[in-house]
Design a protein around this ligand. Structure first.
Ligand SMILES: [Zn+2]
Length: 258
């Protein structure tokens, strides 16, 4: 399949025009007339990932966060991006980003995908642009399910009381992957926020509204890699795409010990 056709199919399904206006989904760099070889999926395109993509003979890279978020000229001032860009040109590697247009998808979007995985998907409705309002989410179940997938290994849990005593009935439970800490400003008192990033000033708002926060860390977006792989396997026939390789190089923190 031609890269051009592959790109058009992604655009048809996710509709790049549906992305947020501050975002830059879709083509980052495209070699239209090349045949799609292997495909590489990563959260962020960097020198480590581009080296692996080349190593695995991939000439199409799908990323979650756009490679060019700001203006191209600006982004290429970053040394690592400049090095990556040279490699893309040299090896004719196309890069397509699926960020907010992907996240809004009812089936594959990260929040819907995670809600299903954590078994908390009953009757959810959208809360903000991407975040979900979950019905009947029980924190004990969320913790048990999260532990199964090791999602809590980088998580920080903020609660005014002891979480273990929380048989809590929360007024509402919101799931917002990525940097959704800002949601505490409009959330109800005594509620629960599951997110990937929250700033200190937002935590103080949460503390004073008795909002419990589970901050999984931005790595929770690894779900994008899983979900987009499932999407490709479902939507394309096995003769249309070759092998798919996944980012194994997520930058993870560890609890400090000596
Ligand atoms: Zn993100």
């Amino acid at each position: 399949m031609l890269v051009k056709n592959f790109y058009n199919i992604l655009n048809k399904y996710f509709n790049f025009r549906k992305q947020e206006k501050w975002d830059n989904n879709g083509k980052q760099i495209i070699f239209k007339k090349e045949q799609v070889k292997n495909i590489y999926i990563c959260l962020d395109l960097d020198e480590i990932n581009v080296a692996e993509a080349i190593n695995q003979n991939c000439n199409v890279i799908i990323t979650h966060h756009p490679f060019f978020f700001a203006k191209k000229k600006q982004e290429l001032k970053l040394e690592f991006k400049n090095n990556v860009y040279k490699e893309l040109l040299k090896h004719k590697i196309s890069v397509i980003s699926l960020h907010t247009c992907f996240d809004k998808d009812k089936k594959f979007g990260i929040n819907n995908y995670l809600a299903k995985k954590l078994n908390i998907e009953k009757g959810q409705t959208s809360y903000d642009n991407y975040s979900l309002l979950l019905r009947d989410a029980n924190i004990k179940n969320i913790i048990t399910e999260s532990e199964k997938y090791n999602y809590l290994s980088n998580a920080l849990i903020y609660n005014n009381n002891n979480i273990k005593n929380t048989e809590s009935i929360f007024t509402q439970t919101i799931l917002g992957s990525g940097a959704c800490g800002y949601l505490v400003n409009k959330m109800k008192k005594n509620s629960l926020l599951l997110t990937g990033e929250i700033k200190w000033n937002e935590l103080i708002v949460a503390k004073n509204k008795n909002i419990t926060v589970i901050n999984f860390g931005h790595n929770m977006e690894y779900a994008f890699i899983e979900a987009s792989q499932i999407f490709l396997l479902e939507k394309f026939k096995s003769n249309e795409i070759n092998e798919i390789f996944l980012d194994k190089f997520i930058f993870k923190g560890k609890p400090y010990s000596n």
